[in-house]
Structure formats: structure tokens, C-alpha cells
Design a protein around this ligand. Structure first.
Ligand code: HEC
Length: 168
């Protein structure tokens, strides 16, 4: 009897821990519907970005550069994560990368996000950029020249700085 209870307990722990980490496969956001608010909804309500994966070797809080936080955490959704290595130079539509930017006292200061949206901006590889307060208030969105000026230095890596997309 006791054994059965223990097994049941273990199974339910397993079930709930798996369920919590499950990241649903969603239809990519379209150019018609994309906005800072819609993207926030996507990374919180549709599929919580905390369930995204982190690049191997770049997990947890990492030191970062200005203008991003002095510390940061990067989350990549399954659309991009599962597509690596990418040899075409462009990650798939639906790809989302979320970066939490922290202060030196480890408080979340801002979130910066890039999302690949078909037809949104072909001349800049169809990336939609957004910056949010920790509560989800949109502070910048679209194709801000600031985001593009730095990340544009890495067009060959599809504007992505931390991860070489042609590596797994
Ligand atoms: C002054 C240069 C600069 C500007 C401006 C900038 N970034 Fe970045 N970004 C970086 C660097 C450098 C990294 C690598 C991580 C780090 O050092 O913080 C990065 C990393 C990222 C990442 C993680 C994905 C990756 O490329 O590795 C996202 C998402 C991101 N930035 C979004 C944005 C958004 C959105 C904006 C505009 C609101 C922006 N960035 C403006 C330099 C910049």
C-alpha cells in the first residue's frame, strides 16, 4: 500500500514537472498582427518565455554590455532552438529571442526581444524588435535604429550576437 502511494506521488511529480516545462508549438505571428503588445502577449500568455530554453553554455545570469543590462539572461523559443544549426543565414519565421536585462543588484530592468515575422521588414531580415519594462509596458517597438545599428553588424549571423546560428 505504502509503495503504491509513493509510486503515485512520484508519477504525479514527474507529470507536473514535465507539464510545466512543455513549450507549445504555435503558429508564428504574422506581419498583420505583430505589435509590441501582441508580442508581449505571445511571450507571456500564449507561451511563457520562462519555459523557453537557454543556449547551452550561456545559461543563467551572464555579464552583458551597454546598453543592455550589466547582467542578462537569454531565452530562445523552440522555433529557433530546434532549427539550429542554420546554414541558410536566416533562422525560421516564428523564432523569438527574449533577453532579460538586470541591474547590478540583480533586479530585472528591461526586456529586449527580437521576433522573426514573415514579410515584416524584408530589408532587415524580417526581425521585429521590442523593448519592455518588467511589467510589459512597450518602450520601443518595430525597427528602432538603435537596435539595428548594433545588431546590424552581424547580418551574416542573422543579427544575432550571442549564438553562432551555424552551430548546433
Ligand atoms: C550598443 C549596441 C546594442 C544596441 C543599441 C542593442 N543591442 Fe541587443 N545586444 C547587444 C549585445 C552586445 C548583445 C549580446 C549580449 C550582451 O552583451 O548584452 C545583445 C543581445 C541582444 C539579444 C539576445 C540575442 C542576441 O543577439 O544574442 C536581444 C534579444 C537583443 N539584444 C535585443 C535588442 C533590442 C530589442 C534592442 C533595441 C531596443 C537592442 N538589442 C539594442 C548590443 C546592442
Amino acid at each position: 500500500m505504502m509503495n503504491k502511494v509513493i509510486i503515485l506521488l512520484m508519477l504525479s511529480v514527474l507529470f507536473f514537472s514535465c507539464a510545466a516545462e512543455d513549450e507549445p508549438k504555435l503558429t508564428p505571428l504574422s506581419a498583420d498582427e505583430i505589435s509590441g503588445d501582441r508580442l508581449w502577449q505571445r511571450i507571456t500568455e500564449d507561451s511563457d518565455f520562462n519555459n523557453y530554453r537557454q543556449w547551452s553554455g550561456h545559461e543563467g545570469l551572464r555579464p552583458g554590455q551597454s546598453p543592455h543590462g550589466v547582467l542578462h539572461k537569454v531565452f530562445a523559443n523552440r522555433d529557433i532552438y530546434d532549427a539550429l544549426p542554420v546554414t541558410t543565414g536566416e533562422v525560421p519565421y516564428g523564432s523569438i529571442i527574449v533577453k532579460e536585462n538586470y541591474t547590478s543588484t540583480k533586479k530585472i530592468d528591461k526586456l529586449t526581444v527580437m521576433a522573426k515575422v514573415k514579410g515584416y521588414s524584408p530589408e532587415t531580415n524580417d526581425w521585429f524588435w521590442a523593448m519592455y519594462s518588467p511589467e510589459g509596458e512597450v518602450m520601443a517597438e518595430g525597427s528602432p535604429s538603435g537596435c539595428l545599428s548594433c545588431h546590424g553588424g552581424l547580418v551574416s549571423n542573422d543579427y544575432i550576437i550571442i549564438k553562432n546560428i551555424d552551430e548546433p
